[in-house]
Design a protein around this ligand. Structure first.
Ligand SMILES: [Zn+2]
Length: 338
């Protein structure tokens, strides 16, 4: 990416590949971006880096817009005006309020938080974070199916974490994940939740941030399940129920949706059809890509540009938003949809 930028390839690519703009994906924004095993490190960027990104976007005359505006621009398909960037944050981490919000306020930058009511109420758990704490603490882990992992050294711990991720996302069903995690936590003397400072926003905090016109609240299902692993009825339920609950708690029905995990393994054509049927104006994935006029016909499977906490350098973000990396990440395709 450095080469793409410094050789001028990215800036030349921008005219053809940059399209109408980008939907930026973030998760956590906090000063301390460490994670015990480093495995969830990519999910966090610092408030200072967020500030840098917003300064850079403005200096390049890119307009910071809400998801409502992004949708309007995609529908109109106008290439004539300025390119846009819509900043989105998944899962509703409390650091969004404490550390990201002040930066958005400073720049008067609109942002969207895709919120999971189950995470707020405790029906769902940030299980990838709990799993990291569990592996950091334990020297030996035995899964209910008899699989065992020795995890004493950092190398073993990281390998165990990824093995357990596969076990949780491929062997277990979505509905089995939390009960099994709870059982493992009990065995190792951990509470199956995360400490308050790593947690998600409460309803009170969500109401606070949602009251700012800069903030849009989007839906992100109730339980944060991989929707491709559920029946169509369950998918529709997760979508509708999360919008219902957010409307009930925050007084406004969300019209934008993000697929949990959002990869090709977690959201596809069936999910896009169901999101449209549930009345969402847009639905975003975690697939890599910039936004083009052609996306007008694919409003429920929009790609995003993920800002990875492992590489907090402006040159990466700028190169990705130029569109130069879109064909590289997508087998040569300029326009990424299902
Ligand atoms: Zn998520």
């Amino acid at each position: 990416m450095r080469l793409a930028w410094h050789s001028g390839f990215a800036s030349r690519a921008r005219a053809r590949l940059g399209g109408l703009g980008s939907i930026i994906m973030l998760h956590r924004v906090r000063p301390d971006c460490t994670s015990p095993l480093g495995v969830n490190r990519s999910l966090s960027i610092s408030p200072a880096f967020l500030d840098k990104i917003l300064v850079s976007l403005k200096s390049e005359d890119i307009e910071l817009v809400s998801m409502d505006d992004a949708v309007a621009r995609i529908k109109s398909g106008s290439q004539g005006g300025k390119r846009f960037a819509a900043v989105t944050l998944d899962d509703g981490y409390s650091d969004n309020l404490h550390h990201a919000y002040p930066v958005f306020q400073k720049h008067r930058a609109p942002f969207t938080i895709y919120t999971t009511p189950g995470l707020v109420d405790g029906a769902a758990v940030l299980w990838w974070e709990v799993l990291e704490l569990l592996v950091a603490k334990a020297d030996f882990i035995k899964a209910p199916n008899g699989q065992e992992w020795r995890c004493v050294t950092m190398f073993q711990k990281r390998a165990t974490f990824y093995a357990l991720m596969r076990y949780f996302t491929e062997t277990l069903t979505e509905l089995q994940q939390i009960p099994v995690l709870q059982q493992l936590c009990e065995t190792h003397g951990l509470i199956c939740g995360v400490p308050a400072d790593r947690d998600v926003m409460s309803w009170k905090e969500l109401r606070q941030i949602a009251s700012d016109p800069l903030c849009t609240i989007g839906a992100h299902t109730i339980h944060h399940y991989n929707l491709k692993r559920l029946t169509a009825e369950m998918v529709s339920f997760e979508m509708r129920q999360s919008a219902d609950m957010l409307e009930e708690k925050l007084g406004k029905r969300p019209v934008h949706f993000a697929y949990p995990y959002g990869s090709a393994k977690a959201a596809g054509e069936r999910e896009a059809i169901l999101a449209a049927q549930e009345g969402f104006a847009s639905a975003v994935t975690t697939r890599h890509g910039t936004i083009h006029a052609e996306h007008r016909a694919h409003m429920h499977i929009l790609p995003r540009i993920s800002i990875n906490g492992r590489f907090q350098e402006l040159v990466y973000a700028k190169t990705m938003m130029s569109g130069a990396t879109t064909p590289i990440a997508n087998a040569g395709r300029r326009v990424v949809q299902a």
